[in-house]
Ligand binder design. Sequence first.
Ligand SMILES: [Zn+2]
Length: 669
Amino acid sequence: MSILYKKLYKESFCKNIKTTSELNLNSSKYLKEQLVQMIKNWNYSYRGPYAVLEQSNGFGKTKACLGLVDEECYVVYCCLDEKKSNGYPQRSFLADEFLYGRNLEKFYTCYFNAFIDLLNTTEISCLDFFNKYIKNSDRDYSQTIMDLVESQIKNFSNDRDVPFYKGNKPLIFIFDDASSLLKVNRNYKGSTTCFDLIRNVLSNLRNNIFVLFVNMFTISSNFDVKIDPDPSARIAYRSLKELEPIYLLPTWDLYADQVKIEKISDSVKFENICMYGRPLWGSLLQTRKNSGQKYDYIGFSELYDLAIFKLTCGKMTESLNSNDILAVVGCRLGVIQPKSISRRQELVANNMAVCVYVKNSEYLFDIVYPSEPILAESAAFVKGVIGYVKIVESLIESLESSSVSIDDKAGLIGKLILLIAKDKAGRSVRVNEPFLYLNVVQVGVFLQKLYGECDEKCGNETNNWTCSSQNKKCVIKLVNEQLQDPDTLLNGYINFNHFVQSKTNMSETQLLPALKRCVAFQCKQNEKSINFVIPVCLNKDNLESISAIMVKVKLNNNPKNLENKSFVEYAFTEMSEDFDPYKGFLVLYMQLGQPKNKTSFISSLKPKEDHEFNKYHAIIYSQGISRDVFPILESDLDEKLVKLSQADDNPYLCNDFTSKKIYDSYFSL
Ligand SMILES: [Zn+2]
């Protein structure tokens, strides 16, 4: 990170809190509401007035916390970041005292007491308080805090209670990057952590005080396992509860401005890609733009590098672990949940996954990768570096070792193949800096990448997509044979670089916003006849005419005869009433199972009867995963994908034969 970039990073942090227009809610206001509720709910059946705020990087957690000052809270902020972070916020001057002191309980008590005493005896506004004591982490200011705490230490006596805070405005103590508190402290016996010690002090705080630990991922426990090593003893002791973590913040798509995207080529511009997803990207870009020429030397590629860095913590090639690979796959194809909670937490802490449901008391921790085009593109970059073979191998391994479960393997493989083709097509057209792959691509070009280009006599934009080769299985030919007006569709544009799970049934109205954020849909599970919908823009100059490529995937080994009944009409009814079929659309039916006779092929799959409707759609049916069908599957990727399609989630696959027999007996009928 250059010095200039660090400055930009810091400045974007200090900008005012922005309100999500759609929710009409800003994150500090929302956080304050949560805290007030928790202060109200807290009672002595809980361990103390504290909670964890945990969410992925770039969501504006720190900003939301500091913004509490504007919501009439006294904010005492301390950053415990252990890494020598170059970024912002900086590690607080006091952090060492918090983590390595010899008499920590005394120090913690004095720290809280110092501010309670100060506010009990001083008339000061929340803002003045913050500016005077907290705002700057450099030595001069921290010295005042240190003086306050030290005078408490001098006058400390064990029998003195924590003073009663008399203020009407909430006093909020924030410990940012607090995970270092969970490390065992060597100055104490056993496995005592700083958090264990601070927690003992917290139970003494009362009235309108709350403590927030930011990004301290823990499923710590309603049962204190450390104190009761015997799990059966839990019943004997009444366990104390902890308040559930706060994880949602109203900051998603904070900078999105759909009006800015007027035509398909706008959608792949860096500025527009950064509007979507977590606020980090938009905030950096906006700050750069609004600061005159100050940051002009920072190129988009430097900003893009940050996204790539954050996805895998800067790791590339050999050092990537299986979690990193799940992240790379997750932000393009949709999340693959590891079975263990700690691995899910790692994905949030280190790999930009987003937690969407957390309930510690029931050991629930759900993560997703919501649609975030800049991250999807970063994943495309990493995939390009390490190669797809390594990714598929890692997925097979994860599946066979039962560390992840994949419900929809056909869908996973289908999405992978489509993205490989799209990446390749995107790279083959003109450059779209700073991206390598993201680009607007014509449907014809995409199809030629996916199923192979027949020869130099094949169709292209300039010859109106007429193929004059002898190759009967040419995909362009297959489309031409079926459609009344093939040009419009083959000249249409696609731009997707990732998939998102649709929450509702498909309809045409969803296609426009999807085009704007470069995403394709994975349909709801109940839509049996289509799995994916890729929006297609039929016009270069505006976004008024939109059609779609619908994709059906199946994984039947030894598939029977082609299902040549009018499958499309059936698929089409699921696109809902507002989809206009007469613009022309395309269906890709990918049968990914291995045929018995091992011949894979592509063909059209049209109902025989002559029906007016049939002129407006084309179906490409393919059977098998092989380089004959998909020439893009180079260097044994086809074989790896076949292996993935046959891999089993089986915890006793190779090493423990007897266990495997017993395990299998549970599933035999
Ligand atoms: Zn051709």
